[in-house]
Ligand binder design. Sequence first.
Ligand SMILES: [Cu+2]
Length: 414
Amino acid sequence: MKILKDKVAKLSFVALLITITAAMFYTPTASAHGEKSQAAFMRMRTIHWFDLNWSKEEVVVNDTMTISGKFFVFTGWPETVDKPEISFLNIGIPGPVFIRAGSWIGGQLVPRSVSLELGETYEFKVLLKARRPGDWHVHTMLNVKGGGPIIGPGKWVTITGSMGSFVNPITTLTGQTIDLENYNLGNTYFWHAAWYALGVLWVAYWARKPMFVPRLIAVEAGKADSLISGTDKKVALGFAVGTIAIVAMSMASTNEKFPITTPLQAGLLRGIKSIEMPVPTVAVKIEDATYRVPGRAMQMTMTITNNGDSPIRLGEFNTAGVRFLDAAVAQDETGYPDDLLAEEGLTVSDNSAIAPGQSRTVQVTASDAAWEVYRLADLIYDPDSRFAGLLFFYDAAGNRQMVTIDAPLIPTFI
Ligand SMILES: [Cu+2]
């Protein structure tokens, strides 16, 4: 009976070990990013991305593409999210399907974190080099310390070719040219295998002995000391000394082989240049805003005052990367992702030009399935149901003005 118990215990242990090992190697391919599950207020009241351009829709391995555009750091940043004082311009992709060859904000290279100001608009560009073939959803993204990754609009990009041909050559500061894709990969495999083997040896040594139940019985009988013999102590000491010796020796030989090393660079860049946005000559006052759940439409009553010197019309409402356009005023020519573009999603009760000096109260409806598909309507279940977005006004010459809006949103269920 004791032998059987012991066998069962050992088998369970081995099974557990196999399961854990298998779990470590099981990495299913992620096809989406959960962008739709990010709280709607995070997408609507933090970073407003606009004028985005994905330079290519199809790219061959080793070729590059850029994502460029602007983002406005929303003035009414939510209290529950840390301010973007330490933020990092990133790209939202499923793993390293591209490598980020460079990123710039306001023309400045930003390989590290930056400090951004609320109420400012920044221009950015990210240079990507294709690595793994497939169809990938490529998002803009800003990581904010204390706020998490704030994801922007995504567009499908196809990478063709073969990953085997991917190269990532760089020249080190000591003048050596290496391919980062497989530099010293043998070393990585060797050390993983070596430490794994050592770990298995350690486990195997102790697993030879009676485990679990017999040990428990011994401990309960007050014979815990008898479980560890003199040989056990010597072996344990051997393992400890051996491990330290391996670390010390390999460290010494590495230092000898690579006398010059620099630590990974981290730090904060301040004073990032923002775009000088002209003070808008259009003033907008949101009288009220409701979201009609059955109609998947948001309705705003707003008073627009034109303080400029040319007549203007409302052309676009942009929130959380979803663009509602009045086709008669504004069209998209940049190949913006279809699911985020409501080409005729914006209806204005009277969208004739508002003359200089004139003020008009209009009903504006932004309707599209995107409210539901992108789960922006979830906003109505928030304890602070506010929405925010950008309005773009155009004059006859095509000059554009950007006005930000921020107001409470009241849902209606009928
Ligand atoms: Cu995505």
